[in-house]
Design a binder for this molecule. Sequence first.
Ligand code: PDD
Length: 278
Amino acid sequence: EIVYFNGEWMKYDQAKISVFDRGFMFGDGIYEVTPFYEGKAFGLQEHLARLQYSMDEIMIELDAASLKPIMVEAISKSGLSSADAAVYIQVSRGVAPRTHYFPEDVEPTILIYAFPASLKAFENKQWSVLVSEDLRWHRCDIKSTSLLANVKSNTQSHRLGLDENLLLRNGLFTEGSHSTIFFIKNNVVYTHPEGPQILSGITRKFVMEICKELNIDVIEEAFPFSHLNTVDEAFLTGTTTQVMAVKEMFTDGNKIYDKPEIGSLTRKIQQAFIQKTR
Ligand code: PDD
């Protein structure tokens, strides 16, 4: 309902952007989503650091740390101080006449708001996912608002009644449309290495820490589609996804992965994650 827009708090329908905002015209902007468990931020420094990284990479000059008090205020102003919620931050290039290059000295457009998020009970759910081609660009490490490939893929899985996508680039799993993928094989956890092909997930980082604490080996290696039949367990992670077990995978109407029960290592990691975040 209430949003922070370019320095002021207002009702969402009072916030107006220019048709020449480059976020609107080019998707020239970046965003960040930070979880708040019962009013308390989790991984705040990590989210601010990634926000700074995204802005630096696209040359938006703004100090991410200056947005920290506004994030906290967004939670209280939205009456979410004792609920599970998340804060959305979007910074776009700003308003300028339409040219592909961006001119210098454009004021960025800043939008921040809090929304209720169901961060609980993921240990009672499993997701069914569509395996599809990774149609995205080669800088997925930037949390860009240009999400057309993610939107196209996720709409396809949604229309099939599925929960998420697993994206394949050159026969290797990269990540989900809005989550990180982990595979478990012979008690070893595999996840794609950081780099331009994936978003450096904050939940991913915490889950890797958990694996270390539990003495579970993690290999940061892209998992091949052709090895899917050797997988014991798979789970997805993300700010809104938390630690979600994968139940089924589909391609072109065929079921290619079927695990009706949540695996034992996934359960262990989920329990440790709940301990960490609560
Ligand atoms: N999505 N990969 C992609 C492509 C993502 O969009 C996200 C997060 C993740 C998980 O990152 P993290 O653990 O830091 O949330 C991985 C956010 C939540 C979104 O788009 O809403």
